[in-house]
Design a protein around this ligand. Structure first.
Ligand code: BTN
Length: 329
C-alpha cells in the first residue's frame, strides 16, 4: 500500500460514498491511479465497497492513530517522548533497531517510540510472524537505554507484560493473565505480544527495543491469518477501544514500569506478576530453542524473573524457553 492509499482511506473514513472522480480531483491524480491504489484494501481487514455510479465507501469506522491526540492524552509527560507515527512499515521494531544502530536518539533525553498503522512483516518471538490489520490493534516499539548489562535484565519482559496488564485493568478490561515470560492472555487466547531485543555488553550499557502488539478489535481477515487462539479487547469488554487513548496509556504505564525496574529490579514486581500468573502449579513442558524439552510443575518465578520449574531433579531455574500447558484450562 502506498501513501496515496492512506490519503484516500482517510478521506473515505466518513462512511459516505465518494466518486472516483472527486477523489481523483482531491488527490490530484487520475481515476485509474485511485482504482489501483485501492486494489488491495480489503486484504488489510477494512471493507471497501465500490458501487457503480456512486463510487467508493468504507464500511465501518476506522479510528486512525493521531500523533497530536496521543500527545494530548500524554499530558505533562508528552515532552518526554519522541513519537513517530508511520502509516506502513515492515516492522516497527526492525525500523527502530535500524534507527538506533545508526545512533539516532543516542544522548537524547527523549524516549523514541514508533507506532504504525500497518506492519507488512510484523515479527513475533522465535521467528514467528505477528499479524494485525489496519486499525484493529496497536503495533509499536519503544527504545530504552539501560545502564545495566543484559545479564541483569532477565525480568524485563515480565515487567513489560505486567505494565500491559496494568493498562488494561485501568481501562476496565479485567481478567487478562500472564504466561511466562511475557504472553498476555485472556481465556488462554493471545491478547498481546511482546518482543524484546537487547543490544549491548553483558556488563552494560544495554539498548532494548521493546515491541508491543495489542489486539483491540480484530477484523475477520486478521483472525483468519492467525493460527493460534487469539482474542481482543473488544471481545472482553464489549466496547470499541480508543486506539489513541490506549497507546498513550500504554506508554505511560510502560515508562513508569521501566523506571521502577531500572531502579529496583524485578523483585519489586514479583508479587504483582505472580498474582496475574496463569500457570502456577500447572504441569507443563518447557521447550528450548535446540528442540529439546523438559517436563515439570511451575513453581513461580525467582527474584530476577527466571522461571522456577519443579522437575525430577528438584526446582530448576530457566531464563528462556517456551511453555506448553498439558491441559489448557
Ligand atoms: C510475540 O508474542 O510473539 C511477540 C509479538 C510482538 C509484536 C510486536 S508488534 C510491534 C513490534 N514490531 C514487530 O515487528 N513486532 C512487535
Amino acid at each position: 500500500m502506498k501513501p496515496l492509499t492512506f490519503s484516500i482511506l482517510r478521506l473515505l473514513s466518513d462512511n459516505e460514498f465518494h466518486s472516483g472522480e472527486i477523489i481523483a480531483r482531491a488527490m490530484g491524480v487520475s481515476r485509474a491511479s485511485i482504482s489501483i491504489a485501492l486494489n488491495d484494501v480489503n486484504e488489510t481487514g477494512l471493507t471497501l465497497q465500490k458501487v457503480h455510479g456512486r463510487g467508493y465507501r468504507l464500511l465501518g469506522p476506522v479510528q486512525w492513530l493521531e500523533r497530536d491526540t496521543v500527545l494530548k492524552h500524554l499530558g505533562g509527560e508528552a515532552n518526554r517522548f519522541n513519537l513517530e507515527m508511520l502509516d506502513i512499515i515492515d516492522s516497527t521494531s526492525s525500523y527502530l533497531l535500524q534507527r538506533a544502530a545508526r545512533g539516532s536518539g543516542a544522548g537524547s533525553e527523549h524516549i523514541h517510540v514508533v507506532a504504525a498503522e500497518l506492519q507488512t512483516s510484523g515479527r513475533g518471538r522465535r521467528g514467528r510472524r505477528w499479524y494485525s490489520g489496519l486499525g484493529d490493534g496497536l503495533a509499536f516499539s519503544l527504545l530504552w537505554r539501560f545502564q545495566h548489562g543484559a545479564s541483569l535484565l532477565a525480568g524485563l519482559s515480565l515487567v513489560i507484560g505486567l505494565a500491559i496488564i496494568r493498562t488494561l485493568e485501568s481501562a476496565g478490561v479485567e481478567g487478562a493473565v500472564l504466561k511466562w515470560p511475557n504472553d498476555v492472555l485472556y481465556n488462554m487466547c493471545k491478547l498481546a505480544g511482546i518482543l524484546i531485543e537487547l543490544h549491548g555488553d553483558m556488563l552494560g550499557p544495554t539498548m532494548a527495543v521493546i515491541g508491543v502488539g495489542l489486539n483491540l478489535k480484530l477484523s475477520n481477515v486478521t483472525h483468519a491469518r492467525i493460527d493460534q487462539g487469539v482474542t481482543d479487547v473488544y471481545s472482553i469488554s464489549g466496547e470499541t477501544p480508543d486506539r489513541n487513548r490506549f497507546l498513550a496509556a500504554l506508554l505511560m504505564s510502560l515508562t513508569s514500569a521501566l523506571r521502577d525496574f531500572e531502579r529496583e529490579g524485578f523483585s519489586l514486581f514479583k508479587q504483582e506478576w505472580l498474582a496475574h500468573h496463569c500457570c502456577e502449579n500447572k504441569v507443563v513442558r518447557l521447550g528450548f530453542p535446540d528442540g529439546s524439552s523438559l517436563e515439570g510443575v511451575i513453581h513461580g518465578v525467582a527474584d530476577d524473573g527466571s522461571l522456577l520449574l519443579r522437575t525430577f531433579a528438584g526446582v530448576q531455574r530457566f531464563n528462556s524457553g517456551e511453555i506448553t500447558l498439558y491441559k489448557m484450562e
